[in-house]
Design a protein around this ligand. Sequence first.
Ligand SMILES: [Zn+2]
Length: 364
Amino acid sequence: MNICSKCIINENYPKIIFDERSVCSICNDHQTHKPFGEEKLLAIFQNAKNKNSKYDALVPLSGGKDSTYILHLAVNVYKLKVLTMTYDNGFLSQIALANIKKSVELTKVEHVFCHSDSETQRKIYKTMLLNSGDFCGACDIATKANILKVAAEYSVPIILYGSSPLENDSFVPDSIQDIARFKYILRNSKEFSERDINNFLIYPNLNLFYLSLYKKIGKISQEVRPLFYISNPSDKEMGNIITDKLGWQNDNSREYSKHFDCIAEPLTNYIRQKIYSYERRICQYSNMIRRNEISRDKALQLYAADQINEKPANYKDILDILQISENDFANIENISPLKYETKTSKINRIFAQLIKIKQTFKKL
Ligand SMILES: [Zn+2]
């Protein structure tokens, strides 16, 4: 198998190309992210403060590293009046819950917990998983909707996300967050009323295009990713800072443990490996190599210990929660990638193309 000589991505990664030195196209295209600049971030914060709302910023918390670090920045470094929220996706780990509780306590901020109707949530995850091999998309959609809802209800001018340059390039090729695709799969199963679907979505028509439009005209809160504006500590240093400041605990069973906040993550990653022949960690470790956080040898060593070839230890628990039988589960790995791509929102597809063209022009 072809493996990149710089990172550890292999030929199974979608659309990957290797050059004559066996360097992959992601490494070749990689440009170290240049932060947009702290002064721009400060201007956004000042703008938010000028609105004189009860809260300057909403920080969605998952109990994981990135979102907890954002809370630390917002409260301790930038002195914003912060509201925090968490969407209960049904799979929050005990460590994640403890981290949320502790960080909220230490920063003395208000925290809101959001839930979907748990039976509808379970049925939606089950239907999405059995039909498309994924339910992370359904969770992402509901999380986003709940974040926007809380921001609107409390009139919070900006939302601060923990997504970072490190997280780029670990996507699945399917448009799992597309609302039209999501609705199509659920309607097709005939198990849901339109009301069930719309209640879960909260904003049933909010696809990428409308999201951008509404942000532009100020109909919804501005979404900001602070880690793209400033230079960031390494993944490890970030963990140390929040352990020190916010009592944050890591999942100590692994040296680097992304997404331990969700107990279903090992299972979703296992399925990803089965359907697409690559999984998240190979992307994460490759990103860390490109950012000079770890050596390639170290990445290979970490990946050898982390690789998911067998069903994760807790897979039965997750199947029980979702009420999925072993037989149904066995069929999931036969689902073909990109099965529902023609069912995605047309306006989204055109919009995504336009963005791509714009980015290509920017590069020239
Ligand atoms: Zn590479």
